[in-house]
Design a protein around this ligand. Structure first.
Ligand SMILES: [Zn+2]
Length: 157
């Protein structure tokens, strides 16, 4: 059953209002997932002072990366003396760290030198395999600890 009424035929004309076009909707957020900062993922392992001092090394470009691959790298960090840092990415995604400075005896190195190295890694975008998630990542010790280099100052008297 249908009714056939011309309801709009007698409506008064509406005033003509120019409505500005609405702004275009914002572009959809890029689908590219945000890549995590490796330093952020392991940050909780580092004492604040190590982060502060490590940042200074990083900001003064004291970090030189070497042997960079997706599974590890070495770094020289120039402070009062040069310390050697080694990072290894294990197959299960864990990150092992070592450093030749005295702080390494506390287990996995979470010292200023490793922090400076992590900041440099983030700057260069290395270790992409660790950047797919923001989840916290525990630092573990290297399988083979770094040996402290013999320095002239360490010679016995
Ligand atoms: Zn160190």
């Amino acid at each position: 059953m249908s009714t056939n009424t011309a309801s709009t035929a007698s409506s008064p004309p509406l005033p003509l209002v120019v409505v500005p076009a609405p702004p275009p909707p914002p572009a959809p957020a890029a689908v590219v997932p945000k890549r995590a900062s490796v330093a952020d993922r392991v940050a909780r392992a580092f004492p604040p002072l190590a982060c502060v001092r490590g940042y200074r090394y990083f900001a003064r470009r004291r970090v030189a990366l070497a042997n960079v691959s997706e599974t590890g790298l070495d770094a020289d960090v120039r402070g009062q003396r040069v310390q050697h840092v080694r990072l290894r990415v294990h197959a299960d995604g864990r990150l092992a760290s070592g450093c030749t400075c005295a702080a390494k005896i506390l287990g996995p190195a979470a010292c200023r030198h490793v922090w400076a190295t992590l900041l440099e890694i983030d700057r260069q975008g290395a270790f992409d395999a660790l950047r797919g998630t923001q989840r916290a990542l525990a630092l573990i010790a290297l399988d083979a600890p770094l040996k402290r280099p013999k320095t002239k100052k360490a010679v016995k008297r």
